[in-house]
Design a binder for this molecule. Sequence first.
Ligand code: SF4
Length: 385
Amino acid sequence: MSEPQVKGWCPGAWRPMATGDGWLVRVRPPLGELTRIQALALCEAAERFGSGLLELTRRANIQLRGVTEASWPPLMAFLIEHQLVSDSSEAERQPQLMLAPAWQAGDATHTIARQLQARGAELAEMPAKVGIAIDAGAAPVLRDSPADFRIERSADGGLLVRLEGHTLGTAVTDAEAAVALLIRLTHWFMQSGGAAVGRIAKHHAPLPAWAVANTPPAPPGAKLAIGKHEGGVVAGLPFGRVSAQTLRALVASKAVSALRVTPWRRLLIKQPGAAAMPALGEVIVQNDDPRLVMDACPGAPFCQQASVATHSLAERLKEVDAASVHISGCAKGCARRQPAAICLTGRNGRFDVIIDGRADSAPVATGLSESDVFIYLESLGALHL
Ligand code: SF4
């Protein structure tokens, strides 16, 4: 087996990322779907080779935490055996496809994805973070999820290809034309200096004459609501995280056919006719639960770098009135790189409070207990008790 390429950014399974709680190994489910057997295998992998925690990412991947240098080789052999990872590290170099999670076999999103998979070798070799969203349902639902190239429904019901940062897209006649144009645009991106900027949104070269962007996309649709769904049930995961034990319970019924991952901390459990979601304490059942948007790293006892537990405080901070909240077990800030309106960072078993900053920014208050944190936030008017 090849040596792992441990990176500090954009990890994959072949390129694990070193974090405070060990290596993070990211799995890209093909078409955003795992069979029930694969989901169970992933649970086993998380428990045997990692810390037992799984996370959904903003790009609808699943990552295993707490993998070590020693456990990575057998983990990879296990993932390859269960067709969760390709046996070629080259496959991971292709840009990731993110599909609107409620796609159905034979619909436009599925058809385009299959065609793009078949022609994947024709895509230009692009920077590692570049992604493709295939969002061709009646209304785009991935607008807020990170991607560089998007295939969407146009306002008049047709299809278009749109680049991130552009409000308009280029109309195409059908799925085949959408795939062909997207492939051509990836080469244009690289030939016009894309490697230096890395992402389409930062790439300000004028669009080529053969890709005039003059077609408005359809208005955005809503993300999958938690609860009953025509194809099964949608379960919310606090902070996007789930234990292998709970995930196993979610797919325990043999009536579950598959699991769809989403970029919204939700899983679509494919089980047509399912009456209700299994009652599991760890699963979110309300669409307005703040743990669907609040950021918190695993913290203690999951991460050796953490001197504080993060989840218990986050659970108690449901009433915080702030645009964004980040609770970090230490100053490394694994759960959120960008600033948050309120950030609570663990240090020596207590919390520092940071306003409009990252986990390693200068604090406005230091050394607070959990109770002190509540008193402090209340004094700021940020807590509605
Ligand atoms: S931020 Fe959290 S997960 Fe990351 S190293 Fe610190 S305690 Fe561990």
